[in-house]
Design a protein around this ligand. Structure first.
Ligand SMILES: Cc1ncc(COP(=O)(O)O)c(C=O)c1O
Length: 416
């Protein structure tokens, strides 16, 4: 089996015909060693210092120890906020290191209830249920709600967790953010399924663009379907008070199911589903994760503090937007293509997988750690470097990023 390592993507190793999984693993190991030797495998780098705008990486052979980090979704910098850290420590001191059980059978604590109440109120709704990851908030809920008689209608760019949640139901995808394509699916599927649920993100994780939510809500109502919105990347970033794309359009009551994560703006781990009291009550006992998997640890008591801080300290969102504008303008003035982003996710479109790997390797050489995004996260010809901006980046750090890009452009002939 011949795989061109320079052009390969993770997907190429997923199910190699004629080989068994142990052979796939061997080939995968060869690929990782080859790419690491070339300085172009920038995944799973060992972080020695914690989450932040500047981090220490263990990268043998690289001249740097400290890197400007653009890989964290801790948009408001709350993972290092003293009040959030103190709340996590208090949670552990008060309740212990672990929760000891799944929520349905002994693992539901007062601090979980507080988080559920706060996140529901944050989205101006009555009820919410927490999950131990954002991934399972989507996958476990959808598995519980949609079966063989139903239809999930997905924007093709929704997160992998949504696709996983829809494995046991029927799925139709529509072209990303394309309202005509969505309407076509809604029209042609009318009367053919028991439940039809349109599922979209608020902010999309690879382009950083926003869903046209007002128009989508209108279509969903017109064709009598349900709507689920995952605003993992919009929460804390978009809208006057950080309530995401739903706040932009004031549609808190019109979205049937709001999901998201506590691992980005809310600085910890876990996910949530905000919906009607009946639906939330159902998920608490029908989402398999609530029966078969342990709940969030007492350190998660810090999530309640992080939710409060979005309102108590709006200064962080102001810093974030100042940094987003600064970096985006700087990249664009270097002639780089940042696509259609309107959020804290800033891609630089490169195109070719091999060139993208070289660019990311060069950025590491220059002391910048950014995400290397390839197929299947994006299409094969749409490889890009993805950067996540934080409120706590300084302009000095962002200048270092811009200088590095200027150097990479020359080294790799990006402007040709
Ligand atoms: C849009 C979206 N939804 C859900 C998730 C999963 O969240 P978590 O990492 O907290 O499990 C992610 C993670 O990156 C995401 O980007």
């Amino acid at each position: 089996m011949n795989i061109d390592f320079e052009k390969a993507s993770f997907k190429d190793f997923e199910n190699i015909p004629g080989l068994d999984p142990f052979d796939w693993a061997k080939l995968w190991g060869e690929y990782v060693r080859d790419r690491t030797k070339a300085g172009q495998f920038n995944y799973r780098q060992e972080n020695l210092s914690g989450c932040g705008p500047e981090i220490e990486l263990n990268l043998p052979g690289n001249p740097h120890r400290n890197f400007v980090s653009l890989v964290s979704n801790d948009y408001l910098g709350f993972t290092q906020h003293p009040k959030v850290k103190a709340a996590a420590i208090t949670g552990i001191e008060k309740y212990g290191a672990g929760a000891g059980a799944s929520p349905a059978i002994g693992g539901h604590y007062i601090f979980h209830q507080e988080i559920e109440d706060k996140i529901a109120a944050f989205f101006k709704r009555e009820s919410a249920v927490v999950f131990s990851t954002g991934y399972t908030a989507n996958s476990a809920s959808l598995q519980a709600l949609l079966k063989g008689e139903d239809l999930a209608i997905l924007d093709m760019a929704v997160h992998a967790s949504v696709y996983e949640g829809c494995l046991n139901t029927n799925v139709k995808t529509f072209l990303h953010n394309n309202l005509e394509a969505l309407e076509r699916v809604l029209k042609t599927s009318l009367g053919k399924y028991r439940t039809r649920m349109v599922i979209i993100d608020g902010v999309y994780s690879q382009d950083g663009d926003l869903a046209p939510l007002a128009e989508i809500v209108k279509l969903v109502k017109e064709y009598d379907a349900y709507l689920m919105v995952d605003d993992a990347h919009g929460t804390g970033v978009i809208g006057e008070t950080g309530r995401g794309v739903i706040e932009l359009h004031d549609l808190f009551q019109q979205v049937d199911i709001i999901t998201g994560t506590f691992s980005k703006t809310f600085a910890h781990l876990g996910g949530y589903v905000v919906a009607s009291p009946d639906l939330v009550g159902f998920l608490k006992f029908q989402a398999r994760q609530h029966i078969f998997s342990a709940t969030l640890s007492p350190a998660s008591a810090c999530i309640a503090k992080a939710i409060d801080l979005v309102d108590e300290e709006p200064i962080w969102m102001h810093h974030l937007w100042d940094n987003i504008d600064y970096l985006k303008t700087g990249l664009q003035s270097l002639g780089l293509d940042t696509g259609i982003t309107e959020s804290a996710i800033i891609p630089v479109k490169i195109g070719d997988i091999g060139l993208n790997a070289r660019v990311c390797g060069r950025l590491l050489e220059a002391g910048i750690y950014a995400n290397q995004i390839n197929y299947p996260a994006v299409s094969r010809k749409d490889a890009r470097v993805r950067m996540s901006v934080m409120a706590t980046h300084t302009h000095r750090q962002l200048d270092k990023v811009l200088n590095a890009w200027e150097w990479v452009i020359k080294k790799e002939g990006l402007s040709d």
